[in-house]
Design a protein around this ligand. Sequence first.
Ligand code: PXP
Length: 242
Amino acid sequence: MIKLFVNIDHVATVREARKTYEPDPLEAAIIAEKAGAYGITAHLREDRRHVQDNDIRRLKDQITTPLNLEMAAVDEMVEIAIATKPFQVSIVPENRQEITTEGGLNIMEQEDHLIEVGYQLKERDILFSLFIDPDAHQVKAANRVKADSIELNTGPYSESSSIDANAQHLAQLRKAAVQAHELGLRVFAGHGLTIGNVPAIIHNVPWIEELNIGHHIVSRSIYVGIDQSVRDMINCIQGKII
Ligand code: PXP
């Protein structure tokens, strides 16, 4: 069964809109866990626009499920990861102007650096995952830098509006997932996923172990509550009609 990691960044986005104490991403994470989330994902951005350092510490100390820390491959973040020791680190590219992560890593541009980052993480038993576009060169490079897993960027799939583009993105995701699996990499996916577009991923892309989903779950929680929103997504992943 595919595991759901709930990304709580946008609970912090609402809090940071007022620079206050509510809503608390930790409280949301605990409700998400009780609703059946397999793990919690949080992205500590260099600009600290939503999740803060203290959120990461509190999440690590108080959640009971695995913590997946998303971060850029920069020294400051590697130090935080080593100090916090999350279950998993997902390396993402970061651009200060972007609204959200815009694409996958270009691993080939920084292979030596990623090998070093991966070494430091894996030495401490932290799983080393790389967020990449479904591209054969990136998959091969992820294997060369000894990643444990790749997270396939489903952003372009999620944003595609025509049936043809949708089918093309699904085919690319499928190909990359098969290639990664054959190389021994574990396969995760995420970005822009919703109750509407997850079923096609489940039916068309093999080998996915984990989905990282945030914005849609947090958005729906405004209407139905975080508990129900997480339960609905789990039911969707399990192929039950919502
Ligand atoms: N995976 C990665 C690498 C991300 O950067 C994000 C967004 O923080 C997600 C998954 C979750 O994306 P969304 O919030 O669109 O569900």
